[in-house]
Design a protein around this ligand. Structure first.
Ligand SMILES: O=C(O)COP(=O)(O)O
Ligand SMILES: [Mg+2]
Length: 223
């Protein structure tokens, strides 16, 4: 399945970078502003994955399906965005093996993309501040196109821009939205076993615990 992969698309939060400490700090600064008690990082992790608008609803209500009152949500969104923009990479770091894997994949001349639900205004400067932006031919945020993951659109768009068929573009991610987007687009999908997602064994076509395993997966499959 991975033997003919010609390009890769990576999820960002929970796959390339552990952004939870800075996301949780922004969420808790926002909650404190409204006199709400702090949430643990683990609670915030369960609220990540569907973009900023939902993250604010969920971290204000501390419910996965929670919907905040409109005025509070609007003020919370502005507060969160202002705080997070200033602290994108205070504690956020690439996961172990990420830089090594990107180097190996680049050496193989495989075009690489980031397909995240994080708004582009956060994703771009975060990747730049961590020195990762240069590895990617394309960086799509959750608001870069009319639809975000689990829609197929970001991946079909990526395949088109990179000039490969969707079946030759592997998606690498940590959450069900990554798997659903890949399935909808006809892309093979690799799950990472760390991250914030709720993937069960067998949801993806393969599961790895470190991105360097990706290189072996492609190589061994190819052999
Ligand atoms: O910010 C989010 O909602 C999730 O971002 P991701 O798609 O990179 O995991
Ligand atoms: Mg993710």
């Amino acid at each position: 399945m991975f033997s003919s992969i010609e390009a890769l698309a990576f999820d960002l939060d929970g796959t390339l970078v552990d952004s939870l400490p800075d996301l949780a700090a922004a969420a808790n600064a926002m909650r404190e502003h409204f006199g709400l008690p702090r949430l643990t990082d683990a609670r915030v992790a369960g609220h990540v994955g569907d973009g900023l608008a939902k993250l604010v609803h969920r971290t204000l209500t501390d419910e996965r399906d929670g919907v905040a009152e409109p005025a509070q949500w609007e003020a919370g969104l502005a507060f969160f965005a202002r705080h997070y923009r200033e602290h994108l990479a205070d504690l956020t770091r690439p996961y172990a093996g990420v830089v090594e894997a990107l180097e190996l994949l680049r050496a193989r001349r495989l075009p690489l993309a980031v397909v995240t639900n994080k708004p582009a205004a956060f994703a771009m400067p975060l990747l730049e501040q961590l020195g990762l932006a240069g590895y990617f031919s394309l960086i799509l945020g959750g608001d870069s196109l009319p639809e975000k993951k689990p829609s197929a659109l970001p991946l079909t768009h990526t395949a088109e821009v990179l000039g490969v068929a969707p079946a030759k573009l592997a998606m690498v991610g940590d959450s069900i939205n990554d798997v659903l987007a890949a399935r909808a687009a006809g892309c093979p999908v690799v799950a990472v076993s760390y991250g914030y997602g709720d993937l069960a064994d067998g949801d993806a076509d393969a599961t790895i615990g470190n991105l360097v395993e990706l290189y072996d997966l492609l190589k061994n499959d190819r052999a």
